[in-house]
Write a protein that binds this ligand. Structure first.
Ligand SMILES: *[C@@H]1O[C@H](CO)[C@@H](O)[C@H](O)[C@H]1NC(C)=O
Ligand SMILES: *[C@@H]1O[C@H](CO)[C@@H](O)[C@H](O)[C@H]1NC(C)=O
Ligand SMILES: *[C@@H]1O[C@H](CO)[C@@H](O)[C@H](O)[C@H]1NC(C)=O
Ligand SMILES: *[C@@H]1O[C@H](CO)[C@@H](O)[C@H](O)[C@H]1NC(C)=O
Ligand SMILES: *[C@@H]1O[C@H](CO)[C@@H](O)[C@H](O)[C@H]1NC(C)=O
Ligand SMILES: *[C@@H]1O[C@H](CO)[C@@H](O)[C@H](O)[C@H]1NC(C)=O
Ligand SMILES: *[C@@H]1O[C@H](CO)[C@@H](O)[C@H](O)[C@H]1NC(C)=O
Ligand SMILES: *[C@@H]1O[C@H](CO)[C@@H](O)[C@H](O)[C@H]1NC(C)=O
Ligand SMILES: *[C@@H]1O[C@H](CO)[C@@H](O)[C@H](O)[C@H]1NC(C)=O
Ligand SMILES: *[C@@H]1O[C@H](CO)[C@@H](O)[C@H](O)[C@H]1NC(C)=O
Ligand SMILES: *[C@@H]1O[C@H](CO)[C@@H](O)[C@H](O)[C@H]1NC(C)=O
Length: 735
């Protein structure tokens, strides 16, 4: 009898859901450990408030009665976790504000609301005095849609990092303005190849919405009357059940139902965008791949690699020891190739040597300093660098992945703490052995010809774009060729196509693909250029005007890489040692050993740390996406070195001068810039401008740094340079 009454009570509560709401007045607040840590909806079904997350708290909306907390909305996902002394205030002027630590405020809504309300639909809304909605969580979804909520064109759901951390994770579901609903790896943009599910409704209109009804009906609507596609048929029980859809941590979009009569039961999955738990692209991060074991997705690493963070697979895998730089076989480093069958990954092939067997392919990679992995397809051997993105191992693929392994114990004969020394050594050896005086500039030749050849390839691709192999060419970036290869391709530099002021262009044919290419060889005078130890050179050679010229040249070089190449290139290692002076004292950027190619339209990438300490941007250390702005940062440091004729770090200098960027900043703050040039008679106005440009370039927030195009304009004096923001926060993190 008692249970019957209880049952009846629950039902009547549920009936009220649609209309009731609890009103929260201005001046109310919540805190994790305070008297009030949440506001409940009238029936008690949903709560808006603080809940524990990792080492602190998060603020959001959750189903209040489930045994496992089911979060449906999260505030401030970029700033998690919150401290235990955080408070949420519905302020007296009608704003909604999270107060953290010393004065750190996060405004959810600025001001002007009269009433706030946690509704039984799961929506938290702010109203003006007329009852008009000013802001609501339903318009600002995170990873979940509830019944009655819609995802409008241009909006995106982002998965969470993990079930217990609602920070933004690695997947997204976007309602595109062309009417298509698409799931992507969350890489900042939508590079070709990162989507893994779509509703196939491209072109159905600009105002298409994704909707969920209270009976579990999930569908795309073109306008108020026209259905485009029904993802579920709906018609599920609705009296004692609530439905929610979520882009889960594993990237799969699922529809769940919850039985209101027994909230200790977990939600059940009614529908999923995929039944393959490994479907989410990039689930295992770079250099990792997914396997289904006991009906669960598990990540594994490439042979010789291990998880960056075993608790967070999406951070990917890295070599199980720290040696990363290229080592030559002939320097006594033990290397071998390990194979991984049935592999496939996003290709960024830089070279396809002639190799018809797996053994030849392994050998080709072993003998190439740049090669870290190779994909042997049975007929082709495709060399690539790390990291590998979207690695998959599936029975349907017959390709063999070949991964270069270094054996750590064999650093004999060289200084293991400085792999760069070994690379330089290797190059010099090459010069000596081959007796070709041009080798020191071969890198320049290689880059240039690489780009030329790439362009030729793209052209070829366009002509044959109906060819079934076209996918391959789309993914090919600039490719480096050795001097010997170029010699072979051009049949010993035989057939001249033309002459320019810088060199002669020869016709060449790449044998295995029979592609005709143009190869430019730089002239003898240019060949006179030496690879200089920039630092020592800096002490004697350039006067002020030459130094400014040099800075502009370098910026132009970076501009070429970032914006003028067919495929944008992040150099990743801009530093004086990689800048060569040619016979005309023109600065040239060299050494693309670490460069990262970007897809068309891609602006950010995530990758393992590259570059050289002292020149690398802070985001490398923070696991943030890597953008072209890392080169801008490094350029800022190099610019200071050029201005001040010294290294970025000088341990023998007085402590306040040891770190160049700090010293520059101090001198800038105290208006003593002449100290920087050691009393040298330079144009004060130019010096001031140069320092300001450098300070802009080394801003901690990549978004604040100018693009290299803006840098060029500033250097050339065609635009004004605003006063750079305070660097205090940056400087404190450097110390
Ligand atoms: C809450 O506010 C709304 C709109 O201002 C009002 O219609 C409603 O009656 C209020 N509800 C309660 C329980 O005070
Ligand atoms: C809040 O807590 C953090 C970390 O525990 C602490 O750094 C901060 O000073 C605290 N803020 C206030 C206002 O007490
Ligand atoms: C969209 O098309 C792809 C490829 O044909 C197919 O695999 C997928 O199931 C389709 N998506 C839906 C929601 O039907
Ligand atoms: C889409 O919505 C906008 C704004 O409401 C409206 O102006 C436009 O006519 C709509 N377009 C279509 C094709 O319905
Ligand atoms: C909805 O779209 C259809 C097809 O584009 C159109 O025929 C219909 O008039 C539209 N209805 C409304 C209410 O805009
Ligand atoms: C989708 O569902 C609606 C409502 O039940 C129905 O009118 C429509 O025909 C369905 N469309 C498709 C493509 O199944
Ligand atoms: C659901 O509730 C409606 C009243 O809103 C009632 O007419 C209907 O019989 C109920 N259905 C079930 C299955 O309990
Ligand atoms: C509620 O669900 C739990 C877990 O499934 C089950 O053990 C329990 O018996 C259920 N209680 C009722 C009243 O149905
Ligand atoms: C609900 O799910 C959680 C996490 O998956 C699990 O630990 C728990 O045992 C489940 N509870 C029930 C009653 O099935
Ligand atoms: C790294 O992994 C390889 C292959 O799994 C193994 O042979 C080697 O001992 C590991 N090295 C370290 C330092 O863990
Ligand atoms: C490296 O050198 C050490 C001592 O110089 C020697 O014991 C070791 O065997 C050498 N290792 C290899 C792989 O040659």
């Amino acid at each position: 009898m008692a249970s019957l009454i209880a049952f009846a009570l629950t039902i009547s509560l549920v009936f009220n859901i649609a209309t009731s709401q609890s009103n929260i007045t201005r001046g109310s607040s919540l805190s994790p450990n305070g008297a009030t840590n949440r506001w409940l909806s009238p029936s008690g079904l949903y709560a808006f408030g603080f809940y524990p997350q990792k080492d602190g708290y998060a603020l959001g909306i959750y189903i209040a009665q489930t045994s496992q907390r089911t979060v449906v909305w999260t505030a401030s996902r970029d700033n998690l976790p919150l401290f235990n002394n955080a408070t949420l205030e519905f302020t007296t002027n009608g704003g909604l504000v999270i107060d953290q630590a010393q004065g750190q405020q996060i405004n959810i809504f600025d001001a002007g609301a009269s009433i706030a309300s946690m509704q039984d639909s799961g929506n938290f809304a702010l109203f003006d005095s007329q009852g008009t909605v000013l802001w609501q969580t339903f318009d600002n979804p995170t990873d979940t849609l509830l019944a009655g909520q819609r995802l409008v064109a241009g909006k995106t759901l982002f998965s969470s990092i993990s079930e217990v951390d609602q920070s933004i994770g690695v997947f997204k579901l976007a309602m595109l303005p062309d009417g298509n609903l698409v799931q992507y790896a969350n890489l900042g943009t939508e590079p070709i190849g990162s989507s893994y599910w779509s509703s196939n409704t491209t072109g159905t209109g600009p105002n298409v919405t994704l909707n969920l009804d209270s009976n579990g009906f999930l569908y795309l609507l073109q306008n108020s009357t026209n259905f485009i596609t029904n993802l579920t048929q709906g018609g599920f029980p609705s009296n004692n059940t609530i439905y929610r859809t979520k882009i889960d941590v594993d990237g799969i979009f699922r529809l769940y139902s919850h039985d209101l009569r027994n909230m200790s039961k977990n939600g059940s999955v009614i529908w999923a965008s995929s039944n393959d738990k490994c479907a989410g692209k990039g689930l295992c991060g770079v250099n990792g791949y997914c396997e289904v074991m006991n009906d669960d997705a598990r990540c594994r690493c490439l042979p010789g690699f291990e998880f960056v963070n075993p608790e967070l697979w999406s951070m990917g895998c890295e070599r199980n020891y720290t040696l990363e730089k290229c080592k030559m076989n002939n320097l006594g480093t033990a290397v071998r190739m390990e194979s991984l069958s049935n592999a496939r990954w996003e290709e960024a092939t830089y070279e396809i040597p002639e190799a018809t067997t797996q053994e030849d392919c392994s050998a080709a990679c072993l003998n190439d300093c740049h090669c870290e992995v190779a994909l042997f397809t049975g007929s082709e051997c495709r060399l690539q660098r790390l990291p590998l993105r979207f690695l998959e191992v599936t029975d349907s693929d017959s390709n063999v992945g070949l991964i270069k392994l270094y054996v750590a114990s064999s650093n004999n004969g060289s200084d293991p703490s400085n792999p760069w020394i070994q690379i330089k050594k290797a190059r010099r050896m090459g010069i000596f052995v081959s007796g070709v005086s041009l080798i020191s500039i071969s890198l320049l030749v290689l880059l240039f010809s690489g780009v030329l050849i790439y362009k030729a390839r793209v052209w070829a691709y366009r002509k044959v774009s109906d060819n079934k192999n076209s996918q391959l060419f789309e993914n090919v970036g600039p490719r480096a060729f050795s001097y010997a290869e170029l010699e072979r391709i051009t049949n010993g530099f035989k057939e001249e196509l033309g002459r320019g002021s810088f060199g002669i262009v020869y016709k060449g044919i790449i044998k295995n693909s029979m592609k005709v290419v143009a190869v430019k060889k730089l002239k003898e005078e240019l060949a006179q250029q030496r690879e200089i130890e920039f630092q020592t050179e800096m002490k004697t050679v350039p006067c002020w005007a030459e130094r400014i010229r040099m800075a502009i040249d370098i910026a132009h070089g970076i501009l070429y890489l970032h914006e003028e190449c067919e495929t944008a290139i992040i150099h990743c290692d801009i530093k004086p040692q990689n800048i060569l002076m040619d016979g005309y004292n023109c600065a040239k950027i060299s050494d693309f050993g670490l460069a990262k190619l970007l897809e068309h339209d891609q602006t950010r990438t995530s990758t393992l740390i590259r570059g050289t300490r002292g020149y690398v941007a802070p985001e490398w250390y923070k696991n943030l996406p890597i953008t072209v702005k890392v080169d801008v940062y490094s350029f800022g440091i190099v610019l200071f070195e050029i201005l001040c004729c010294r290294r970025s770090v000088e341990n023998n200098f007085p402590v306040n001068e040891a770190i160049l960027e700090e010293w520059v900043y101090d001198c800038y703050e105290t208006d003593e810039l002449s100290k920087l040039v050691n009393g040298e008679d330079v144009d004060k106005h130019t010096l001031d401008r140069m320092v300001k440009i450098g300070l802009w370039c080394i801003q901690e927030d990549p978004a604040l740094r100018p693009s290299v195009k803006q840098v060029v304009l500033m250097l050339e004096g065609t635009v004004n340079i605003p006063v750079p923001p305070n660097l205090a926060s940056f400087l404190s993190t450097v110390v």
